[in-house]
Design a protein around this ligand. Structure first.
Ligand code: 5GP
Length: 196
């Protein structure tokens, strides 16, 4: 591995509406590819019942505000009543970073890093999306609000995305994402070769 390659981690943003299935894609992707490193977001949302304590860094609104004021977020967004943010990533040497964030966040990341790759995950249907949100315990009012927001999020995401993946078959969707990441790495290798 050349020096140029080892010092330039890829930023891979996996985005999409709630219930699209981005979490399932990310979980499986990380198991398949040890070269990836997942950034853990901060949120002011309380932990859901049954949700892993590691799913986010769960913080108070004051803690979030303090981090924000000190310039500690790469991007952040207010999503309904809670805030979510990506801390400025400290990517372990030799790994590529994955961000699992909403479309507004993806737009911000692209703004600060034009080379960031954006992958938009789409649910197979609104009904399946609704079922997935209900399955993880979201209440009906919350589900309705998120579904109502999905069309707008997806059309913004379509304009931004380098790859659009429909999550109807998880294995196939993950393979598509993996192949896309391998292409990016291949391009980086060529870039590094050209730089000498
Ligand atoms: P949830 O409450 O369902 O875990 O997340 C709500 C939305 O916020 C999801 O679309 C999720 O991907 C997004 N999200 C999670 N972390 C971040 C983050 O750090 N930044 C942004 N912009 N969105 C995030």
């Amino acid at each position: 591995m050349s020096t140029a390659e080892s010092h330039r981690p890829l930023t891979i943003v996996i985005s999409g509406a709630g219930g699209a299935g981005k979490g399932a894609i990310v979980d499986s992707l990380l198991k398949r590819d040890p070269g990836l490193w997942l950034s853990r977001s901060w949120t002011t949302r309380p932990r859901r019942r049954g949700e892993s304590p590691d799913a986010y860094r769960f913080v108070t609104p004051e803690e979030f505000e303090e981090k924000l004021r000190s310039g500690g977020f790469l991007e952040w967004n207010q999503f309904f009543e809670h805030r979510y943010g990506t801390p400025r990533p400290e990517v372990p040497e030799g790994r590529d970073v994955v961000l699992e964030i909403d479309v507004q966040g993806a737009i911000q990341v692209r703004g600060v890093d034009p080379e960031a790759a954006v992958i938009l995950v789409l649910p197979p249907s609104r009904e399946e999306q609704r079922r997935r949100m209900a399955h993880r315990g979201d209440d009906d009012v919350h589900i309705a609000k998120r579904l109502a927001k999905s069309d707008a999020e997806e059309s913004l995401g379509m304009e931004l995305a380098d790859l659009v993946v429909v999550n109807d078959d998880l294995d196939r969707a993950v393979t598509e994402v993996q192949e896309f990441i391998e292409d990016l790495r291949e391009r980086r290798r060529h870039g590094a070769d050209r730089e000498g």
